[in-house]
Design a protein around this ligand. Structure first.
Ligand code: PGA
Length: 251
């Protein structure tokens, strides 16, 4: 029913030359994918990646988007700029943005609204820290983040959005949530979406897992009913690993 979506989050990695090398190697390896395949690349790689991905079935995404249309916002990149460069997807509210760059549920919401207005497919990230999980606050944190992100967003727009559940303690640590932990929390996030938007949106929305997802654990995670794909950091930087994940999610 829900088409799986595997998205690479390159973070602050890969110069244009390195982007070219990685995508040239990746494209033939994922040519038979039946899931959606996305690479969310640094801003400086977007135009090149869009050019290289033409006709490959791989879509290109950005890792952030400005909430303003244009103007005096030094260091920000607008929806129009991303669109013209060839991005179709955009990651919003990644925990690294929340942790290091002051992103809040309110700024995530403004960015999400702007992204939807411009026809992007947003990937909204939510997830708890280790302290929050150990303190039994996982569900509360995810609920607050989802409700905050989707404030004022219509059901039609929500239906176009992907959520990535990324427990902060699993990101880049090699510590994956167990299949059951990921499935359970994603099921909970779906119930939050259900209470906001009803059955059709909740049952149709793709919710990915992210956090040290790799070639070794992809099969177990993807076998779980609530998990509709992955947002892949470290393992998206090597063509072979990322292709393995894409092809597993295509089974
Ligand atoms: P990781 O990153 O796969 O390196 O843990 C995932 C993410 O932060 O999106």
């Amino acid at each position: 029913m829900r088409k799986p979506i595997i998205a690479g989050n390159w973070k602050m990695n890969k110069t244009a030359a390195e982007c070219r090398a990685l995508l040239t190697e990746l494209a033939p390896k994922v040519k038979n994918a039946t899931c959606d395949v996305v690479v969310c690349v640094p801003f400086t790689d977007i135009a090149l990646a869009a050019e290289l991905c033409k006709g490959t079935g791989i879509a290109v995404g950005a890792q952030n988007i400005a909430w303003a249309e244009s103007g005096a916002f030094t260091g920000e990149i607008s929806a129009a700029m991303l669109k013209e460069a060839g991005a179709q997807y955009v990651i919003i509210g990644h925990s690294e943005r929340r942790q290091y760059f002051g992103e809040t549920d309110a700024t995530v919401n403004s960015r999400l609204v702007r992204a939807l207005e411009h026809g992007f497919t947003p990937i909204v990230c939510v997830g708890e820290t280790l302290d929050e999980r150990e303190g039994g606050k996982t569900e509360n944190v995810c609920k607050t983040q989802v409700e905050g992100a989707f404030k004022g967003v219509s059901a039609d727009d929500a239906a176009k959005t992907v959520i990535a559940y990324e427990p902060v303690w699993a990101i880049g640590t090699g510590k994956t949530a167990t299949d059951d932990q990921a499935d359970e929390t994603i099921g909970y996030i779906r119930s939050v979406v259900r209470s906001l938007y009803g059955d059709a949106v909740a049952d149709g929305m793709r919710i990915q897992y992210g956090g040290s997802m790799n070639a070794k654990n992809v099969e177990g995670l993807m076998a779980k009913p609530q998990i509709d794909g992955g947002l892949i950091g470290g393992a998206s930087l090597k063509a072979e690993d990322f292709a393995y994940i894409v092809n597993s999610a295509s089974k």
